[in-house]
Design a protein around this ligand. Structure first.
Ligand code: MG
Ligand code: MG
Length: 238
C-alpha cells in the first residue's frame, strides 16, 4: 500500500508540473499514464468500469470523473481536479488534488484551500476507534462554516486490493455515529466541495459529474492507513 500510494502521489505531482494554460486534459492524462507505467505499476482507472483514461481530469464546475480530451484546452483562471489511482503488486493508491491554472479568482483560491483544510480537519480526528461519522462531521462542518457545500452523492471509501472497498466514507455525518476505524484499515478520504449547491448531475457521456448550478467544485483526496501510531498518509509525497 505504501508503494502504490507513493507512485500515485508522484503521478499527481508530475501532472501538477504539466498543468499550464494551453495544455489539453489528454496531455495531463498522458503524463500520468507514462509516469505510473515507468514505475512498473498499472493505471487503476484505465478500463475501470469502462473508464477510457488513466486519470479523471475535471475542470471548473466538473466535480469528478472528467474524461481527458484532446479537445479540452486548459486556460488561465481554470481550476483542474486530477484524480489518480495506481496499482502496484496487487495494491492500490487513490489520490486527488485541485490545481489552479495560472492566476485564478479569489473565490477559486479560497475553495481549493478550504477543501484541503477540510481533509486535514478530518485527518485530525482519524485514529483507531474513531467513527466514520467523525470524518464526515469534520469535513462538512469546516466547509459549511466557510460558506461552501459538500457533495452528498459521491463519497470516500475503503481502498486496498480494490480501488473501492467498504466502508463508504461520506463527507457529511454526525460525530460519534457509524462504524469504527480499526488498526490496519486503509481508507480514501476525499472531500468534494462545491462553491454553491451540493447538488450534482451526470453528463450524457455517462461519467462527467457537474455541479447543478454551474459553480466551481474542488476535490482533495489521500489514501490513509490506520496504524497504532495514528493515521499514515500513503499518497502524500511532498
Ligand atoms: Mg480518487
Ligand atoms: Mg477515491
Amino acid at each position: 500500500m505504501r508503494d502504490a500510494g507513493r507512485i500515485t502521489g508522484e503521478a499527481i505531482l508530475a501532472a501538477g508540473e504539466a498543468i499550464k494554460p494551453g495544455v489539453t486534459t489528454a496531455h495531463i492524462d498522458h503524463v500520468i499514464k507514462t509516469y505510473i507505467e515507468k514505475c512498473g505499476a498499472i493505471p487503476t482507472f484505465l478500463g475501470y468500469g469502462g473508464f477510457p483514461a488513466s486519470a479523471c481530469v475535471s475542470v471548473n464546475d466538473e466535480v469528478i470523473h472528467g474524461i481527458p480530451s484532446h479537445a479540452r484546452v486548459l486556460k488561465e483562471g481554470d481550476i483542474v481536479k486530477i484524480d489518480v489511482g495506481a496499482t502496484y503488486r496487487g495494491f492500490t493508491g487513490d489520490s486527488a488534488r485541485t490545481f489552479p491554472v495560472g492566476a485564478v479568482s479569489d473565490e477559486a483560491t479560497r475553495l481549493i484551500r478550504v477543501t484541503e483544510e477540510s481533509f486535514y480537519a478530518a485527518l485530525a480526528v482519524i485514529c483507531e476507534g474513531a467513527r466514520i461519522g467523525d470524518i464526515g462531521h469534520a469535513v462538512q462542518s469546516h466547509c459549511e462554516k466557510n460558506g461552501f457545500s459538500v457533495v452528498r452523492r459521491y463519497v470516500g471509501h475503503g481502498v486496498g486490493a480494490d480501488l473501492h472497498e467498504d466502508p463508504e466514507i461520506p463527507n457529511f455525518g454526525i460525530a460519534g455515529h457509524g462504524a469504527r476505524l480499526l488498526r490496519g484499515m486503509t481508507i480514501a478520504v476525499e472531500p468534494m466541495v462545491n462553491a454553491g449547491t451540493h447538488e450534482v448531475y451526470e453528463m450524457p457521456d455517462g461519467w462527467t459529474v457537474k455541479t447543478k448550478d454551474g459553480k466551481l467544485s474542488a476535490h482533495y483526496e489521500h489514501s490513509i492507513a490506520i496504524t497504532e501510531n495514528g493515521p499514515e498518509l500513503l499518497t502524500r509525497v511532498e
